[in-house]
Design a protein around this ligand. Sequence first.
Ligand SMILES: [Zn+2]
Length: 288
Amino acid sequence: MKRNQPQHAAPSSADRMRNIEPVICYPVEGLPQPDISGLQEIRRTATQSDQITVPPRDAACIVVPAGAFFRITSVEGPQVGDLNLWSADDLNERFYSGKTRALHGTHLSTGDRMWSSFPMMRPMATIVDDSLDWYGFDQFGGSVHDVIGTRCDPYTGRLLSGDDYHHCCHSNLTRALAAHSKLPLHEAEAYVHDVLNVFMCTGFTRDTGQYFMKASPVRPGDYLEFYAEIDLLVGLSACPGGDCSSEHSSDTADCHPLEISVWIPDGSTRTKHEMPQLNAYDRSHGVG
Ligand SMILES: [Zn+2]
């Protein structure tokens, strides 16, 4: 991290360079824009087809067909969820948190999309409703639903504390994917990836740029809702950090379940769904 006492003297142009206005790396105006109000209208025709409860300190998987909606809801008490998405047809196509962050910023909300890994790189899901969108950014620069964290995992825990904790989100998602896909545990583990931290309130400290978390504002009944752009396998872990107000990677925090419900629009509406094409780059990488 950046220390307060640099070992090198600043050049005479330091202030001029610091005062250069930043430019947005990836202006999103060029992206195909989702029709959010159209999707919200379709959502009103949808009926619930499926539902699962994700137990505290555990994870679960559920299939969501393209053109359907899924909603993650807080029940019983404040709880953070770590979300993974895979193409239901090919686990190699998975959510790309880093590129989604580069396109949509550090925290997601209504209108943002969850993009898939290279070489597919297409929208997997579009956020259509967020009951916590009122939170915005707080005085510390914190906000909810980040794509800056990774997922709590036993390897980092081992490095930092020397202990093994088996109910981190990484292990929860690994067990849930292995059980769902019937893959051996270590094969399933390789498909678990960086997450969307649903309901988690996070940011970077202003002085050191360190990743911080604070008590999530989520209350029972709050939800984040998505439109499935492709056939999805959705994995969700109810983080052992609970509301992530103090610590994770232990059994200390109060933890609560999360619910995922799936909503199918009526038949005629659903047939209008257009599957996003695979990314059109030819993959020649300048060779030949
Ligand atoms: Zn976690």
